[in-house]
Ligand binder design. Sequence first.
Ligand SMILES: [Zn+2]
Length: 368
Amino acid sequence: MNAAVEAAASASAALKLPAGVVTGEDYRALVAACKAGGYALPAVNVTGTNSLNAVLEAAAMAKADVVIQLSNGGARFFAGEGMKDEAKARVLGAVSAARHAHLLAQHYGVCVVLHTDHANRKLVPWVEQMIGFSEAEHKQTGKPLFSSHMLDLSEESLKDNLETCARVLKRMSPLGMSLEIELGVTGGEEDGIGAEHDGADNAKLYTQPEDVAEAFKLLSMIGHFSVAASFGNVHGVYAPGNVKLRPEILKRSQDLVQAQFKTPGKPLNLVFHGGSGSEKEKIAEAVSYGVFKMNIDTDTQFALAEPIGKFVLENPKAFQHQIDPVDGKPYKKFYDPRKWLRLGEKGMVARLQEAFRDLGSAGKSVAE
Ligand SMILES: [Zn+2]
């Protein structure tokens, strides 16, 4: 280890924060500690208290900090799909999840970042309404409800994308909140881009470092932000060979911004979207270039579903009869939701141990 790396590592080792949801200065310090320490946090999509609690349990088990995030669909589900006003459900579900996390996170003894996932142009009002809740919270407690939000306007022109991001960050910054933006196109079902792209030959799959520099120039004047850059990553899991990850694109962006704006090393806070199913070496390489957060959803969804499916297949009668029609055996202890939902939670907890290891964050919690 050279002297600079050693100093950075000890600085990150020295950071201690109260356990619980981190916002404002604490959030910034946590991001800096991740980058200095050469590790990243998994950002896990949750859809209810089962998945949210599983993330807390997993983080506590790994002694790691973690990002809990909600997509607009996940937030709506959190509020209940029976709620008629879908737009309202998307806001209230996210707020409900945030309040749940605020109440519980500190008792799990780790630091938790609260974030919302991809919001395209149509969902800008969703983000703005959630910021309204953070403004109200900030008035009462001095802290926002969420640590950060994300805007994904990567399908629009760079100008339109950055103008909207600047406007929203201006409102978030006085609350100590951070904004995640997306530049370039990350393929995948969640983006509605699907599999029509053909991997390495499609220049649109790779973010241009010049665009990242443009974003830095504008947004670094306004507040704290992070960038999801496309380096061949695809949302969801695809058959191998469909996509070629090129993390060196991230390094090029860091180097360009550092040279152009005369900043210290790794000036950008980078985010890895579409982490599910990625090669471990490419994950490690991306983290070494300043990625502090990697989204994981598809893999944890499967990890939750798989053990439940196995349990149902092994005990089919318990999911068809309350009492066995032949021998009268009661099946209550099989169909009790605590039985099979718990198996799903455990599956998710186990998969997340792997994620913490891949990202180098196991054992690195800054919670005191
Ligand atoms: Zn994305």
